[in-house]
Design a protein around this ligand. Structure first.
Ligand SMILES: Nc1ncnc2c1ncn2[C@@H]1O[C@H](COP(=O)(O)OP(=O)(O)OP(=O)(O)O)[C@@H](O)[C@H]1O
Ligand SMILES: [Mg+2]
Length: 353
């Protein structure tokens, strides 16, 4: 038994991740060298339970490692450490219990995410730069095509008209892509402006269905929209909510084969308006389900039908939903279709006193 404890002790000490454990008496039971370094301490500096948070700049309270900061189990939070130079850690906390369910303490796993953050920032800066630089030449090209099509630069033959229309269609696709890239960079840099008002979810769904109607007809897809008679009102930015539904319902239409079925349902659940979009499309492989909300992710399995996009729709939708304090969930089995559930909180009415 003692041998096993020694082995575990050695394993924890040599882990590449920082490990901190505070026992139920509130004492520092484990602090491996990675944790010491991650928390900003030099190797000869003494760490005690009272100075454990000495170099953390965004701590909400000094009991951080004991109780956690508003921290749900397994949900990583970001902490900022000032020493020896500013850096960022991801912290995941878990309550450790014995076989009888008695609390043994709180364990925190720390990982340095400074490099990841730096890379993400570089990616965002790049996206923002490229999309800004693409926008104005694209607008000019579109303008030129329109002038030519209108015959303002001379008579246009049928063959020329056909080619110009094709070019115009491709420019539109590019414009959508650039708009998505710009939206993403605005959301990521916190510059997305939203205009919140009390709005009708059903109307937004219907707007989207009208826009998609042509493709739906072409693919002979049946849409069963069960929209509640009592319209749930949520507090949101109407255009952004339309954009969210456009991405989710648009995906269902894009990935569902001809003659498929899409079912849209509205319900209320735990203070949320819930919109479920179910399709009879290809479904999502289990190894991909957690990745579909990552930007630029497109499943190998749907790569043909997704060739019309770049894998930004769901990343944008998720961020916009979160900006509405909502959430999105997906249920899917490969080969059996997918269901996306979108939740928007109902506006809480303040009671009149
Ligand atoms: N309803 C669905 N059925 C099957 N797979 C889906 C569905 N919705 C999304 N996916 C998978 O998730 C990936 C990411 O979706 P997302 O909307 O972000 O990108 P996209 O539709 O490929 O491109 P974009 O939205 O930028 O035009 C898709 O490429 C596809 O593999
Ligand atoms: Mg999409």
């Amino acid at each position: 038994m003692l041998g096993k404890t020694c082995e575990i002790d050695r394993m924890v000490k040599s882990m590449g991740e920082g490990v901190v454990m505070i026992n139920k008496q509130g004492e520092l039971a484990i602090l491996n060298s990675m944790a010491k370094q991650a928390l900003g301490f030099s190797s000869d500096e003494e760490v005690t339970i009272d100075n454990l948070v000495k170099y953390i700049t965004n701590k909400k309270n000094d009991n951080f490692f004991r109780k956690g900061v508003e921290c749900k189990e397994y949900v990583p939070i970001e902490i900022e450490v000032s020493n020896p130079c500013p850096h960022f850690l991801s912290a995941i906390q878990t309550l450790v219990k014995d076989e009888n369910g008695e609390e043994l303490g709180i364990v925190t796993i720390l990982r340095d995410i400074s490099k990841d953050k730096e890379i993400n920032q570089l990616k965002s800066d790049f996206i923002s730069m490229v999309s800004h630089d693409l926008r104005s030449p694209l607008a000019t090209i579109k303008n030129v095509i329109e002038i030519l099509l209108a015959g303002q630069a001379g008579e246009v033959t049928d063959a020329q008209e056909h080619l110009l229309k094709l070019a115009d269609k491709k420019i539109n696709t590019l414009n959508y892509l650039v708009a998505d890239l710009l939206d993403l960079s605005k959301i990521e840099s916190g510059q997305m402006r939203m205009e919140f008002a009390l709005m009708d979810v059903v109307e937004a769904v219907q707007d989207v269905l009208t826009t998609l109607d042509k493709t739906v007809q072409e693919k002979n897809i049946q849409i069963n929209a069960n929209l509640l008679p009592r319209t749930p009102k949520v507090y949101g930015d109407y255009q952004r909510i339309v954009q969210i539904f456009m991405n989710i319902i648009g995906n269902a239409v894009k990935f569902t084969d001809n003659n498929g079925l899409i079912t849209i349902q509205l319900s209320e659940e735990d203070g949320y308006a819930k919109i479920s979009v179910k399709d009879t499309g290809p479904g999502i492989a289990s190894e991909d389900v957690n990745k579909i909300f990552d930007k630029f992710f497109q499943s190998e399995k749907t790569i043909e039908s997704s060739s019309k996009g770049i894998g930004l729709g769901l990343a944008i939708a998720k961020k916009l939903i979160e900006a509405h304090k909502g959430k999105i969930e997906v249920e899917s089995k490969f080969g059996e279709g997918s269901t996306f559930h979108i939740f928007f909180p109902f506006l809480k009415m303040r009671k009149k006193s």
